[in-house]
Design a protein around this ligand. Structure first.
Ligand SMILES: NC(=O)c1ccc[n+]([C@@H]2O[C@H](COP(=O)([O-])OP(=O)(O)OC[C@H]3O[C@@H](n4cnc5c(N)ncnc54)[C@H](OP(=O)(O)O)[C@@H]3O)[C@@H](O)[C@H]2O)c1
Length: 286
């Protein structure tokens, strides 16, 4: 089976490539990993032509405009990549009758309340990044293709830029780090997201009716950014501050808790705690 991975240089993209060299990866799956140079989502027409030439049998998209603050000023580009290009890929998948696997975000929710969000909840994003990602989700749902949208949160890994690596860096540069304690969610290790996605895809392909839908997918156990920072740097001074004392260009939801009930019921996937995942990530980083 020909699998096309988009976003090959991102955190989840690189984790999927690493996974393709393990025994979890089916022997008869060939992975084609495309990074921005050969698949620029800001040029959807060129991208679709290339996809038509390759004729993949499943498209797994991890590419996205992920710069949350910059999206407030570059919303047109964020929409082009996160919504328009995604819409074109989904339409191609519908026409070619192949499944589309895609990632969404906790930032589609407003973040009100203190209970975990369910996939049935009406999204109401409070920033441009969230709005552009939601537009992508809706376009996939309307395209008529078979799809799995994994809505994840707070991704960290040994790759690229992320909170874990930032905490390590700041601990070398500063005597103390201040971190917001009033935003709560689930950190997600990219390697786990890749593996759980693969397990779900394999199960979906074997079902008589493809279980198209949105599925929350993150590591388990809710935590604030402050407590996550303390988990990363247990012996370093970390100070809790309120979001209002750490102004950012884009607003962030206070409640990013995602319920994992649906993915456990449909695919029998019960993600491990972010704490166990962090230990594995740290082994790769140190
Ligand atoms: N990171 C998070 O905390 C988080 C949270 C919730 C949901 N998600 C979602 O999870 C998915 C994967 O996230 P991630 O953490 O792996 O993101 P990431 O590390 O930022 O990777 C995103 C990738 O998209 C690529 N990209 C950006 N613009 C592109 C374009 N115009 N054409 C082609 N590729 C382009 C980037 O390429 P370059 O390497 O060339 O820049 C990068 O490799 C995304 O859908 C994201 O919205 C992420």
């Amino acid at each position: 089976m020909k699998i096309l991975l988009l976003g090959a240089r991102g955190q989840i993209g690189r984790s999927i490539q690493a996974l393709s060299n393990t025994s979890y990866w089916p022997n008869d799956w060939q992975l084609y990993s495309w990074s921005r140079e050969i698949s620029d989502l800001s040029q959807p027409d060129v991208l679709i032509e290339r996809i038509q030439e390759l004729k993949p049998e499943l498209i797994w998209n991890t590419a996205a405009y992920t710069q949350v603050d910059r999206a407030e000023e570059e919303s047109a580009l964020a929409y082009l990549i996160n919504a328009q290009a995604v819409s074109e890929i989904a339409k191609h998948c519908a026409k070619a009758n192949i499944p589309f696997v895609h990632y969404s975000t906790d930032y589609v929710y407003s973040g009100s309340g203190e209970t975990p969000h369910l996939e049935t909840e009406e999204p109401s994003p409070i920033n441009e990044y969230g709005r552009s990602k939601l537009a992508g989700d809706l376009a996939i749902q309307q395209s008529g293709c078979e799809y799995l949208i994994f809505r994840t949160s707070w991704v960290f890994s040994e790759y690229g830029k992320n909170f874990v690596k930032t905490m390590y860096r700041l601990s070398k540069e500063r005597p103390e780090i201040s971190v917001v304690s009033d935003q709560v969610g689930s950190p997600s290790y990219a390697a786990d997201i890749a593996l759980y996605s693969l397990i779900a895809i394999k199960k979906a392909l074997f079902q008589d009716a493809f279980p198209s839908g949105i599925y929350h997918l993150c590591n388990s156990d809710f935590v604030s950014w402050y407590d996550f920072a303390r988990g990363i740097l247990p012996n370093f001074p970390v100070k809790a501050i309120a979001s209002r004392d750490f102004p950012t260009t884009a607003k962030r939801p206070a409640n990013s808790r995602l319920s994992l009930k649906k993915i456990s019921e449909v695919f029998d996937i019960v993600p491990r705690s972010w704490k166990a995942a962090l230990l594995d990530c740290e082994k790769k980083l140190l």
